[in-house]
Structure formats: C-alpha cells, structure tokens
Design a protein around this ligand. Structure first.
Ligand code: HEC
Length: 141
C-alpha cells in the first residue's frame, strides 16, 4: 500500500516536471532574473525605507544587519527568493512592517541582488510567490 502510494506520488511529481514550461524552470539570481529598471526602483525604495538602518552601501554597521557580503549570505545562501521577499514584506522596515507591497518588496530584493553582483537581464522578476519560489539565492554561481 505504502509502496503504491509512493509510486503514485512519484508519477505526479514527474508529470508536474514535464508540464513545466522552459521559462519557469528553476533558476538562481545569476541567470539574469530581473531588469535594471526594477533594481533602480528598488534602489529608490531602499534609500527611503531601509538605508538609514542597513547602511547606504547595504553593509549594515548601523542598526540593521548587512544585506550584502558574507554576513548576508550566511543567512540566505540556498533559500528561495520568495523567502527574502516575504521576510521584507512581513517584518521590514522594522519600525513600520507591512507598509510595502509585494511588488515593492520584490523591487528592493532585485536591488539587493544587484548589489550582490547578480546581473540584470531583459525579463523582470515577477512578484507572485509561485514565480519567486523558482528562483534560488546562491552565494556563488
Ligand atoms: C529601524 C531600522 C530598520 C529599518 C528601517 C529596516 N530594517 Fe531590516 N533589519 C533591522 C534589524 C535590526 C534587523 C535584524 C533583526 C531582525 O532580524 O529583525 C533587520 C533585518 C533585516 C533582514 C534580515 C537579514 C538577514 O540576514 O537575515 C532583511 C532582509 C532586512 N532587514 C531588510 C530590510 C529592508 C529591505 C528594509 C527596507 C524596506 C529594512 N530592512 C528596513 C532594522 C531595520
């Protein structure tokens, strides 16, 4: 019985993988998953809502932690982009959480990724959780 269930579940997973269009294949932020315009919008939001705690250079030092470099990657390497967007959307800015939209939080994440050397591309990073789940954050390529 258990074996049959397992085989059935495996079949579903396989079908799901086959049904996924190429454009939605799992990617990392090294695959040019956001646009320069998105990161620019994110930079403006960051300057207004985040920089006074996390530092204009994202390296922390003030009240907030570093959002670039080894300290940041110690927490985020291997996580899905959706987790970072949700973390920002639900808990930041720390003095007024929940005030930024999902789209704005996504723009800020593209700026954070840009500052961590990820390349911009032609397609914007979609703010929907289903799309953000498919982008894994990786410290190195
Ligand atoms: C009032 C100060 C303050 C502001 C404004 C603020 N943060 Fe934070 N942030 C913190 C502090 C302090 C921490 C560490 C404690 C915690 O995790 O809540 C933190 C943690 C974080 C983390 C988790 C870092 C990690 O490595 O786990 C992220 C991501 C983050 N902030 C992003 C942002 C973004 C993006 C904004 C702007 C929308 C923002 N923060 C605004 C103070 C702030």
């Amino acid at each position: 019985m258990h074996l049959r269930l397992a085989v059935f579940a495996f079949g579903l997973v396989t079908l799901g993988a086959l049904a996924t269009p190429a454009a939605q294949n799992p990617r990392t932020q090294w695959d040019a998953v956001y646009t320069a315009a998105q990161a620019e919008a994110g930079a403006a939001l960051y300057g207004k809502h985040c920089g006074y705690c996390h530092g204009e250079d994202l390296l922390g030092g003030g009240f907030g932690s570093a959002l670039a470099g080894p300290d940041f990657w110690a927490n985020w390497d291997g996580k899905a982009a959706v987790e970072l967007v949700d973390r920002i959307r639900n808990t930041m800015p720390q003095d007024s959480p929940g005030t930024l939209s999902r789209a704005q939080s996504t723009e800020i994440v593209t700026y954070i990724l840009q500052k961590n050397d990820a390349p911009a591309g032609k397609t914007a990073l979609e703010a929907q959780p289903a799309a953000l789940k498919l982008v894994t954050l990786r410290k190195t390529k």
